[in-house]
Design a protein. Structure first.
Length: 432
């Protein structure tokens, strides 16, 4: 059976799951006939934790003899909860999961809940190791972790307690990894991190994310497409904005950590930006890069949110020109200040989340309509599916995974653009 890694949550977890599989196999985990299943969990919402527990139980029913290991953010923040599950053999922390040594020690774990746990104090970690990999199996684009952890303490967020304080991968290590990935055939690489715009603050000279982006584009000229996973717009530095505006290889898509569109709610979330900051940023970037497309995370039903406050969040979809919306119904996380605030009724939260999603779907449909007739470079993800430079999902009958196809958008269907290769859209005329 070998080692199977089941990943939940963010792109950073996806990246780390590839590292975990490599390290676990190096340690010999899974060499036994019964094999091993490692769950890399997410703690961002209570629902994410529930889904992980559900999948663990299902895995045990379907693989009664396999060794089941649980790790990731939820395991870091709630180790005892997973250790108490009869289906779980071991629980290891977010740093331990990236080391082969942790998997070699698994046979020494006990059967009692307290004996199953190997989770360190994540706040004591001061370095981010460059766990570089040469490929991510089954993916047409590569992900490079440049940062981990977060120094901010938003009132709704449990992630700093699962990831620790902010740590940056040095610029040289990132550039070298980018070169290796390009040499391995990747046309697109995504930079990823927990609080990516804080990259560099802990490095000598305190470089900024824009310095790293410009260095990558300068020193890896063969890289065709560079993308960022998510940024906090209030921390975007001048060099980053310049790269967005002037570098064609920097993809025209930014996913923003907005969370809300009302100033009082933003204050109660302990966010560092205002409503006007978000609108101003999107306007400035769109003026500099007219083809830019924005996505954003928005929480529906944060504690104390009134109807008027919610309407401000609803309107910011149009005012920022958002296209890809990730809506999170508020979910209290034990140990966070927001969990102790006056909570909204669940039906209210559900209704507001539905209205936000409907607003996002309408904005996305309008975006697809605007694309019809435009020419796009589509990175093929798998047979029949690709992504345009602005991250629009495209249905296209051409190319192999990892290839970039020059295409024309001819229509839209089921939330995706319909693309045809330029050769098919404009067949050559025959001489008479």
């Amino acid at each position: 059976m070998g080692v199977e890694v089941v990943s939940f949550g963010c792109r950073l977890n996806t990246y780390e799951s590839a590292v975990m599989k490599r390290e676990a196999e190096e340690a010999g985990l899974g060499e036994e006939a019964r094999g091993a299943i490692v769950f890399n969990t997410c703690a961002v919402t209570a629902e994410a934790v529930r889904q992980a527990r559900q999948q663990i139980r299902k895995a045990r029913r379907e693989n009664p003899d396999a060794r089941i290991v649980v790790t990731g953010c939820a395991a870091q923040t709630e180790p005892a909860r997973f250790a108490e599950m009869a289906e779980v053999d071991a629980v290891i922390g977010n740093m331990e999961k990236l080391s082969a040594e942790s998997y070699r020690k698994l046979p020494d774990f006990g059967v009692a809940a307290e004996e199953k746990v190997r989770v360190n104090d994540i706040m004591s970690v001061t370095e981010t190791a460059g766990h570089m990999i040469d490929a991510i199996e089954g993916r047409s684009r590569a992900i490079v972790q440049i940062q981990n952890g977060c120094d901010h303490r938003c009132t709704f967020c449990i992630i700093p307690y699962g990831r620790g304080n902010s740590r940056s991968v040095p610029m040289g290590a990132v550039v070298e990894q980018m070169k290796r990935l390009v040499d391995a055939g990747y046309n697109e690489v995504v930079l990823s991190g927990v609080d990516m715009t804080s990259w560099g603050a802990d490095l000598p000279g305190s470089p900024r994310l824009g310095n790293l982006v410009q260095s990558i584009l300068r020193h890896v000229p063969e890289l065709k497409r560079l993308r960022l996973s998510s940024i906090d717009s209030i921390e975007a530095d001048a060099a980053l904005i310049d790269a967005i505006a002037s570098e064609e290889r920097f993809m025209p898509h930014l996913h923003l950590s907005l969370q809300a569109g009302d100033d009082m709610i933003l204050k109660r979330m302990k966010r560092r930006h205002s409503r006007d900051d978000s609108i101003r940023f999107c306007t400035e970037i769109r003026d500099k890069r007219p083809d830019i497309v924005f996505g954003a995370d928005i929480i529906a039903g944060f504690p104390t949110e009134t109807g008027e406050m919610f309407e401000n969040s609803l309107r910011i979809v149009e005012e920022c020109g958002l296209t890809f919306l990730h809506v999170f119904p508020f979910s209290p996380r034990e140990g966070t200040p927001a969990a102790r605030m006056p909570q909204l009724e669940k039906p209210v939260i559900k209704e507001r989340a539905a209205r936000l999603r409907a607003e996002g779907e309408a904005a996305h449909a309008a975006h697809l309509a605007r694309l019809v007739g435009s020419r796009q470079n589509v990175l093929i993800e798998r047979e029949g599916i690709g992504r345009a430079e602005n991250f629009t999902l495209c249905r296209i009958d051409a190319g192999l995974p990892g290839e970039i196809v020059d295409a024309i958008i001819t229509g839209a269907s089921d939330g995706a653009a319909i693309a045809r290769p330029v050769e098919a859209a404009f067949p050559a005329t025959q001489a008479g």
